[in-house]
Write a protein that binds this ligand. Sequence first.
Ligand code: UN1
Length: 496
Amino acid sequence: MVGELLKNLGVEASAYQGGNHAVYTPIDGSQIASVTLESPAAVLDKVEIAHKAYLVWRDIPAPRRGELVRLYGEVLRAHKAQLGELISIEAGKITQEGLGEVQEMIDICDFAVGLSRQLYGLTIASERPGHHMRETWHPLGVVGVISAFNFPAAVWAWNTSLALVCGNAVIWKPSEKTPLTALACQALFEVALKQFGDAPDGLSQLLIGDREAGEVLVDDPRVPLISATGSTRMGREVGPRVAARFGRSILELGGNNAMILTPSADLDLAVRGILFSAVGTAGQRCTTLRRLIVHRSVKDEVVARVKAAYAKVRIGDPRKDNLVGPLMDKQAYLFMQDALVKARDEGGVVFGGERQLQDEYPAAYYVAPAIVEMPGQSAVVRHETFAPILYVLTYDDFEQALQLNNDVPQGLSSCIFTTDVREAERFQSASGSDCGIANVNIGTSGAEIGGAFGGEKETGGGRESGSDSWRAYMRRQTNTINYSRELPLAQGIVFD
Ligand code: UN1
C-alpha cells in the first residue's frame, strides 16, 4: 500500500523493509512496513554529530538559515498530496485533515522564513553615562523533538522550522506508531538541504527508537532543549528528567477542552463547531472538544441536534468520502470503552460509542462518536481519554460555567459560543478561562500557526508555533557597553 508512495517521497526501501519494528495502518490493521529501531548507543552518536552541526550553523546569518526553511516549504508544496496521503494511511486521519496537516507545515515554514529576519532584541537605556544596554538572542544548541502519532508531521515542523532559523540543530524522535511519515519528512528535508548546498551534516536528524532511546536523548546535557508533545504521563517523566540537568523543556501535553454554550449562541454555528472539534480526527487531537458545558435552557435542543448530526456522520476508510476514520489501535479502543463504562458508573447516559465496521475490518477499530450526558464533572470527565467522547454538562449561572471550564487538571483549549459581548469578554479575561487557548464562536481545535500554541496546568505550560514562541529556542543575552572614558558603577556604588 505504501511502497510506491514512500518511493515517490524519496524514502529508500531499506528504511521501511526488513526492520525489527512492525508498522501498521489503522485503516485495516494490517502491517504495512517494518523499520529498524535504533539503539540507545546510536543516539549518542547522533547528538555528537548534531552538536557539531550546530557549531557551524549558529554562525550562518539567520536570513540565510531562513532560506533552507523556505526551500523546505517549497518541497512540501510540491509533495503535499502524497505526504497527506501517507499521513492518512499511517495515522488514520481523513484526506482533508492529512492535507491540512501538510498545509500547517507549509504555513509554519513561511512564518519561520519571515522570522529569520525578525529575531529582534531590545535596546535598553542604561542608568550610567556613556553606556548603553541591549538584549540579544543567540542560538541554543541541539533541540530534541519528541512527537506523538496524531500529528505525525506538523508538530515536528513547528519545532524544526523555528529551531533551524534560530540557529539550532534538531534530533527528532517521532512516535513509534508513525515512523513512515517521519522518514518521508526527513527525505523531503534532504531535498531542501541539497538545494541549499552547504548546510552542515546532521543538522536535522531522525531518531527512530523506543522509549529507552528517547531517554538517552532526554538525559543528554548536549541537548539544551527538549520539546515534547504527548500525554501528561509522558510529560511527567520527561519534564523532571530534563529539569534535573537544568535543561529546558517545552511540554505540550494532555487537554480536556470545553465549550461553553450560552443561551444567546448561534446554534447552527455551535453545532457545526461541536461536530468538527468533537469528532474530527476521531477525537484524537490534543485540542479535541471533550466537554460541552451548555445552558439548561438550550440543552435539550442542542443535544438533540448534536445527536442527529452524529447519527449522520460517515465513518470509514479515511481516504474515501468519510468524516471519521479509525482509532489508532486496539488500545485506544479499549481505553474508550473503559471510559464509557466508568461514565455509566458515574451516572452518565451514553449515546453512541459502539464499534463500527467490525466485519469489514476485524483488525481495525472504527467507532461511533459518543455523547455522554453527565450529572456533574466526575472523575472520568476530568480525565483525558484520547477518543471521540463528548461529555455534556449543564449550567444555570454563567459563573458556574466558567468554574466548570476551569475545574479540570488540564488547560489547553477552550471556547465559548455566545453573542453577548459581556460573556465573550469575561471568558477571555483574567478571571475567565484558564487555558492557553480561549476562542469565541470557534471550536477548540484547528488552531492557526500564527498564535502561540500550548496550555497551562497539566498541559505543561510550553508554547510552540507562532507569536514569540521562537524565544524558547534561543538563549537571551544582556549586554552592557561602556563607550566613555570612566568606569561608573551601577546603583551609584563608589569603589575607589
Ligand atoms: C495536537 O493535537 O497535538 O489546533 C496538535 C489544532 C491543530 C494542532 C493540534 N492545529 O487542532
